[in-house]
Write a protein that binds this ligand. Sequence first.
Ligand code: ATP
Ligand code: MG
Length: 711
Amino acid sequence: MILNSLNPAQQEAVRAPLGHQLILAGAGSGKTRVLTHRIAWLIEMEKISPFNILAVTFTNKAAHQMRSRVESMLDIPSKSLWIGTFHGISHRFLRTHWQEAGLPQSFQILDSDDQFRLIRRVINALNLDEDRFPPKEAQWFINAQKEEGRMPEQVEPRDITGQTLIRIYQGYQETCQRAGVVDFADLLLKTYQLMQTNATIRAEYQKRFRCLLVDEFQDTNTIQYAWLKAFAGEHNSVMIVGDDDQSIYGWRGARIENIQRFSKDFPGASVVRLEQNYRSSAIILKAANAIIAQNSSRLGKNLWTDGKDGEPITVYAGFNDIDEAFYIVNRIRDCQKNHFALRDTAILYRSNAQSRVIEEALMQFGIPYRVYGGLRYFDRQEIRDALAYLRLIANRSDDPAFERIINTPPRGIGDRTLVSIRELAKTAGITLWAALEQLLQQKHFSARAEGALLSFVALMNSLSEQSASLTLHKQVELVLSASNLIDHYRKEKGEKGLTRVENLEELINAAHQFTQEGVQDDMPPLAAFLAYAALESSDEQAETYEDCVQLMTLHSAKGLEFPIVFLAGCEEELFPHYMCMNDPKSLEEERRLCYVGVTRAMRKLYMTYAECRRMHGKESYHRPSRFLNEIPAELIEEVRFRTNVSRPRPLANTYRPESQGKFRIGQEIQHRIFGEGTVVDCEGDGDEMKVKVRFANVGTKVLLAGYLEGK
Ligand code: ATP
Ligand code: MG
């Protein structure tokens, strides 16, 4: 039954005897399908307990999908089956073995913003100049070392700067240790180290995970590979699945050589190639093959489909980025008329910043959409504040949380007070909370500061006491009201304050939902919820069933598929990205990214570019992307903005002025989103008229007259 819906090559991979396997195949050839079927096969036919299987994928979304597919095939709950991301699985492991890993039981996870702030504090504490040692660069350095599995003492300094960076790394690591927090990279590194150094734990896990399966293997980095080897040991079966043409995380340390290393390190591995693509129309597949053929460093493979040619690829040349966005939105409306669901459409782009203009166009037409991987819910300021309270309740040593809320909402604790707390923490090597308590005992502060600090300590202590007997969402509710956070944000004027209050209230719902789903029952609910907020939620923002257009970067589209795909911003400098244009290796990675983008499309692909685009605050002109030229002309249908493009018309609920097209240079106007501005140029007439407007707050923009109101 499991084999029914598979072709012979896929079947061979799924029913192979236990042992190592390497599945190397192009996009859409059913790699992920083989992996899920293999899990089902192992359980059903090889009678391997789900408890003995470990499956690793790249995103939480993919992990959830995999779990539900396996469950639907087998009709059993797969709870004991470990499916997750490298980070998620490592986290689960460390929660079980916190003691052996030298962590407090309630250890917290720093996300990259927390990490950045902490690194900045370390740089200042070392009396280094932030201009010479920018925290962002130090952060990059530290993460790169960790991805290679190197602790500060194992890094070879290249020069004086390198030596200083190592000192920062060292200082950062000590602070994390003291505060009982770990960053994302630590999750993997500490898991790996524990597997290396603790023979009992190593034996336990190597005995347990008899079958290991890894999807998207081409994007594993050094530490992930070492991690996998540590779990696999000498005797367990490992199946890896990947596509060298889709390796797109070289910039984050992914090692494509891991594929070659695999055959050496896991002797006897059988190699399966899948060559039939089931996802895309023949035209889309031909275009993808033509693009990737331009890369020289490839393992090489041949991908075909017996599907229909399908529609040509539409390449649209926009007048500017706004025009490009309206073109896309117009086409989406056409698709809607043709009974496509909105969720069947994805808009993909190279850089996050591109989404704003597209979002505005979608908003103008009232088309619902979701952005994956933008500023996610748990990253918003007010949510991070609330989470910091919860973190400090769970762990008084959590210095980053302490820093965040000591004076939020403002309670009259000034910089001088904070400096003395930090100083003592640094010199005595203790946490900020401990330093605060010590200074209070010594009556170090002025009467006013002391009053404020005492009430902060009392607040935290009472929150801890009260929340001990409450359910998770009641704890959240208590924190929000007792901390005055809700009242604080309620005072913030206008839309923004309102949204923040709504977001905070949503946190209560999120906590409620979280406990109901009982995601991880081997952990205290608060700790589990905080870990979820830091880790599990990052690519789940779009996990609702509302029918909406999906917006995401090309990187986060990996592994997914959509009937209709728009690839926006196909211009030199933007895609390929200007940072990658001068280095042949990086350029090949950009091309692979393009291959990933094109192969997400099942039925129809649009590729769009703008002749003029606002980038980094100024208008710039770029040539169409070289990747467009790499597609054979006969596969393309070109559309230019001046010819047969139907202009968008606003819906009834957006504003439509009486006197459309009657704008003149110098006229004062009003725009629903951009506010007040002055017309500096016009072109065309009627609703289709393009008006260039200098706005007071957002700079100059070219807009359609239909969206403007004269003053
Ligand atoms: P990517 O490289 O993008 O991750 P992939 O190789 O993992 O792609 P899948 O996502 O597993 O490919 O499969 C692509 C699509 O083809 C899916 O919709 C899948 O259901 C379908 N598919 C795969 N194999 C078959 C088959 N033998 N018969 C019918 N459909 C198939
Ligand atoms: Mg896949």
